[in-house]
Design a protein around this ligand. Structure first.
Ligand code: PMP
Length: 356
C-alpha cells in the first residue's frame, strides 16, 4: 500500500494546521477582533436583508456591490482595480500562486504575520525572513536591501503596521525597498483603521506596489472579506487564479451594509485607539513590563515570565496570545488585543495580581 511519505511533500507533512485555541467562556483578546457588536438597529437591518438573500443562486461573481462600497468607504484611488478575497489570507495565497515558478522567493521580515511563510511553503516557493532590529522592531533597511539583491524576490510582503510587533515601519525605508525590488511589493495594511499612514497615496508612484487590506480588524472578522488594490494589469492576472464565487451571498449582503455604515465601525476604531493609549500606559506601569508603542489594535509587551503570565490569565478566563517560544526576539512577549474600556480594566486588574 502507498504510504503518506510516498505521496506527500515532506514540508507539508512537517506542518501543523493553523491552531485556534478554544475561547468559549473567555474574555477573548487574542485575535485582534473588534469587541463591539453592531448597534441593534443595524442588526435588525442585517436580519431583514439576510432573510431575503437569494441563497439558491450563486453570488455576484465580481462582488460588484462590495467593490462600489469599498471605493467610497475606503477612498480607493481612481485608476486602480480591486480584487476581493475570502479574508486577506486568501489573497496572500493568490499572490504566492501568481509567482510560483521554480526557484521563486517570497521575502518578508521576522517576526511578522505567520501566513506569509506558511503560504510560501504551501506553494513550494522559497521564503526569506529578514530579522527586524531587536530593540524597537524597526526595519533593518541595509539587511533588507542586501536580501533583495541576493534573492531577487518575486514577492515582498511588508505589514504596515506589523503583526505581532504593532509598529509601523519607516515609510521612506519601505519606499526604498519598493524601488529596489525586482518583483511585486505588497504593503499589507490589515491594521489601517488604527494607523496613521497608508500607501494608497503611493500607488501612482510605484507600478510594482500593491496595497492589501481587510475588514477583519475594522469590525467584521466573521464576514471574511479582504481586498487588494493595484494597477489593473496585476489585478487581472490575480483574478485568473481566484476561485469562482469566492465571496458568498451572505458576506456580500452583510459587507455592503457594513460599508454603508462604515462611520459606525470607524467610530468604534476611534474608541479602541484611545483605549490603546490607556492600555499602553497601564501595561508599562506594571513592574518589569515593557509595552511597545502600537499603531494597531493590539499591544506587544515583554513581561518577566510570559508563560506564567499567560497561564495565570487563562486561569482567570482571559485569553491573549503568547509569543514566547517562537523567534528569540519575542522571548517573554505577549500580545494583547485592545478591548473595550471595561475589558481592558479586567485585564489590567488581573495583571496587577499576577505581576507583583
Ligand atoms: N495580514 C496581517 C498583518 C494580519 O495580522 C492578518 C490577521 N491576523 C491578516 C493579514 C489576515 O486577515 P484576514 O484573513 O482576516 O483578512
Amino acid at each position: 500500500m502507498t504510504s503518506h511519505t510516498d505521496i506527500l511533500r515532506a514540508e507539508i507533512s512537517a506542518l501543523h494546521a493553523y491552531h485556534v485555541p478554544p475561547a468559549q467562556g473567555f474574555l477573548k483578546l487574542d485575535a485582534m477582533e473588534n469587541p463591539y457588536d453592531l448597534p441593534p438597529e443595524l442588526q435588525a437591518e442585517l436580519g431583514r436583508r439576510l432573510a431575503q438573500a437569494p441563497i439558491n443562486r450563486y453570488p455576484d461573481p465580481q462582488g460588484s456591490g462590495i467593490k462600489a462600497g469599498l471605493k467610497t468607504a475606503m477612498g480607493i484611488p481612481d485608476g486602480f482595480d480591486v480584487l476581493l478575497g475570502n479574508g486577506s489570507d486568501e489573497i496572500i495565497q493568490l499572490l504566492a500562486m501568481l509567482v510560483m515558478k521554480p526557484g521563486a522567493t517570497l521575502l518578508s521580515v521576522e517576526p511578522s504575520f505567520v501566513m506569509y511563510k506558511m503560504i510560501a511553503t504551501f506553494c513550494g516557493i522559497n521564503y526569506v525572513g529578514v530579522p527586524l532590529n531587536p530593540a524597537d522592531f524597526s526595519l533593518d533597511l541595509d539587511a533588507m536591501l542586501a536580501a533583495v539583491r541576493e534573492h531577487q524576490p518575486a514577492l515582498v510582503f511588508l505589514a504596515y503596521p506589523n503583526n505581532p510587533t504593532g509598529n509601523a515601519f519607516d515609510a521612506a525605508a519601505i519606499e526604498a525597498i519598493i524601488e529596489a525590488a525586482p518583483g511585486l511589493v505588497v504593503v499589507d495594511e490589515a491594521y489601517h483603521a488604527f494607523a496613521e499612514d497608508s500607501f494608497f497615496s503611493r500607488l501612482q508612484r510605484y507600478p510594482n506596489l500593491l496595497v492589501m487590506r481587510t475588514l477583519s480588524k475594522l469590525g467584521v472578522a466573521g464576514l471574511r472579506l479582504g481586498f487588494i488594490v493595484g494597477a489593473p494589469g496585476w489585478i487581472t492576472e490575480l483574478d485568473k487564479l481566484r476561485l469562482p464565487y469566492n465571496i458568498n451571498v451572505l458576506t456580500q449582503i452583510a459587507t455592503e451594509l457594513a460599508l454603508e455604515h462604515v462611520d459606525v465601525l470607524n467610530g468604534q476604531a476611534a474608541v479602541l485607539k484611545q483605549e490603546r493609549t490607556n492600555l499602553l500606559a497601564a501595561l508599562n506601569a506594571l513592574p518589569g513590563v515593557t509595552a511597545f508603542p502600537s499603531q494597531a489594535n493590539f499591544i506587544l509587551a515583554r513581561v518577566p515570565d510570559a508563560l506564567a503570565v499567560f497561564n495565570a490569565l487563562k486561569e482567570k478566563k482571559i485569553l491573549i496570545k503568547n509569543l514566547h517560544g517562537g523567534p528569540k526576539v519575542l522571548d517573554n512577549c505577549l500580545r494583547f488585543t485592545v478591548g473595550r474600556p471595561e475589558d481592558n480594566a479586567v485585564v489590567v486588574a488581573a495583571l496587577k495580581e499576577i505581576i507583583k
